[in-house]
Design a protein around this ligand. Structure first.
Ligand code: NAD
Length: 471
């Protein structure tokens, strides 16, 4: 490990990854490697959780392709230095912010979307000019091995390398000095990674989990709300950090809502959930047993059947769930949807505020003004009004958590910025020297300093859209 990290550092310090054309070439190569090996990747992930070829391309590879295409198109602009105004004390000079790569980066990924969630941050890091060591999860071990085989046979280890390993092996890896760490996974392990990063004061981005609530207010379009929540829950069979974890529904519409949830589930799996192409299986026996114990038989509205040999649980909805029920104590991360009833909309909001900050909050209402007011009031990484999950694939916006659900963000430009240090640069000519800065310091000079500090130089020929927030 040590020599791998040091070789990457040497390669980086030699400037090999700096030219934008080189970075673009790396991304083009990665796109080609992935495209040529879609079948190979699909076969591996099928062994992990029976994900079909269609789903492999749709929800594992389309986002990496989109990220690569966006980076190729926008990289010149993202990497361009941005000019800022110079204040009078620094006159004459020009002031810049220059995005520079950090150096050797470590990307640690989870098992639930084993290609997408490993590749997207790696793409951002490579686009920003870093070298990457990628550590996928050992839980989806066929997919992890497929990534190792593809990446390590296509890229030099000094640039981009996959290492495999479990928790203890990752602990060893984290003893190395990295220049930036990107971690996706549970809040519990996120804390371990953050502690390890603090030994070297390594900056990090944490994309963590949590319980994402959906609230269905009484004025919501009940059918659409049920369709979108159920579809969101069934995506990857609930094994998604963006899954609606549980639903608060207003008492007046609860009956209709539960009926529409059932209609949607049946529309998707056509009464044959075991053979539904949208539903991969539960990842392993440990998670399967954990999920089965969360199903309170007395509260099942529909579903609840399972096949342990196939590691498959039918999409299941529970009603009349209470805040104190076991299912409300942990992230569900599977195909079980607990529904809680309310009559005063302040009550669920208060419950959400008391819990760890969720990654997402889903609000279903026709009253956008009210939804926006809730957005400001209730902490969460992000919000979707009248939809679930799909914000994740909008590469034009950033994605990230808050508090227990993470820190920092990525996707598109935000990913590039997350893997770039914004270096301040002030460039000064020699023809003028501010002799006031040298002693003797007489009190009379203070008034001059007071007058000039904080004033920006605003000559027309220095003004530029860059540095004013516009691009
Ligand atoms: P996890 O935290 O168990 O594992 C994530 C990674 O950490 C894996 O690569 C694993 O090998 C490694 N790891 C495990 N123990 C470690 C240790 N002691 N020290 C260092 N590394 C260790 O998470 P998971 O089960 O793979 O993924 C599920 C969790 O991830 C859920 O909570 C989910 O919500 C979250 N998640 C978040 C996002 C997001 O974008 N915010 C995306 C996907 C998953």
């Amino acid at each position: 490990m040590h020599s791998l990290v040091e070789n990457q550092r040497r390669y980086f310090q030699e400037g090999n990854t700096f030219p934008l054309e080189v970075r673009k070439e790396i991304l083009r190569k990665l796109r080609t490697v992935l495209m040529k090996n879609e079948r190979f990747l699909a076969e591996a992930i099928y062994k992990d959780f029976k994900k079909s070829f269609y789903l492999t391309v749709e929800n594992e590879l389309s986002l990496p392709y989109g990220e690569i295409n966006l980076a190729l198109k926008k990289m010149n602009r993202w990497a361009a230095p941005k000019r800022f105004r110079t204040n009078l004390v620094n006159f004459p000079a020009s002031s810049w912010s220059v995005p520079v790569p950090y150096g050797v980066t470590l990307v640690i990924g989870p098992w639930n979307y084993p290609y997408m969630l490993n590749l997207v941050p790696a793409i951002s890091s490579l686009a920003a000019g870093n070298t990457v060591i990628l550590k996928p999860s050992e839980v989806a071990f066929h997919s992890s091995a497929a990534l190792r085989e593809l990446i390590n046979s296509s890229f030099r280890p000094e640039l981009f390398h996959v290492v495999e390993g479990d928790g203890p092996q990752t602990t060893e890896l984290l003893k190395e000095k990295f220049d930036k760490i990107f971690f996706t996974g549970s809040t519990r392990v996120g804390k371990i990674v953050m502690k390890a990063a603090s030994n070297n004061l390594t900056p990090l981005i944490l994309e963590l989990g949590g319980k994402n609530p959906a609230i269905v207010l009484p004025d919501a379009n009940v059918k659409r709300a049920a369709q979108r929540i159920m579809w969101g829950k069934m995506h990857n069979n609930g094994q998604a950090c963006v899954s609606p974890d549980h639903v608060y529904v207003h008492r007046d519409i609860k009956g209709a809502f539960l009926k529409e949830l059932k209609n949607t589930a049946e529309m998707i799996h056509r009464n044959d959930p075991l053979n539904c192409t949208m539903l991969p299986r539960v990842i392993n026996e440990k998670n399967f047993d954990r999920l089965i114990h969360l199903i309170d038989r007395k509260k099942v509205v529909f579903g609840g059947n399972y096949n342990k040999d196939a590691l498959f649980i039918e999409p299941t909805v529970l009603k009349d769930v209470l805040e104190s029920d076991p299912i409300m104590k942990e992230e569900v991360f599977g195909p079980i949807l607990p529904v809680l009833e309310f009559s005063d909309s302040n009550v669920p909001l208060k419950h959400i505020q008391k819990r760890p900050v969720p990654l997402l909050l889903y609000i279903f209402t026709r009253n956008t003004k009210m939804a926006k007011a809730i957005t400001r009031k209730v902490p969460s990484g992000g919000v979707m009004i009248n939809e679930t999950v799909l914000h994740f694939i909008n590469t034009n916006t950033h994605f990230g958590g808050l508090g227990e659900s993470g820190m920092g963000s990525y996707h598109g430009k935000a990913g590039f910025e997350g893997f770039s240090h914004q270096k301040m640069l002030i460039n000064k000519p020699n023809w003028f020297e501010l002799f006031l800065k040298y002693p003797p310091y007489k009190l009379g000079r203070l008034s001059i300093f007071r007058a000039v500090i904080g004033r920006s130089v605003r000559f027309l020929w220095w003004r530029s859209d860059e540095g004013t927030g516009k691009e």
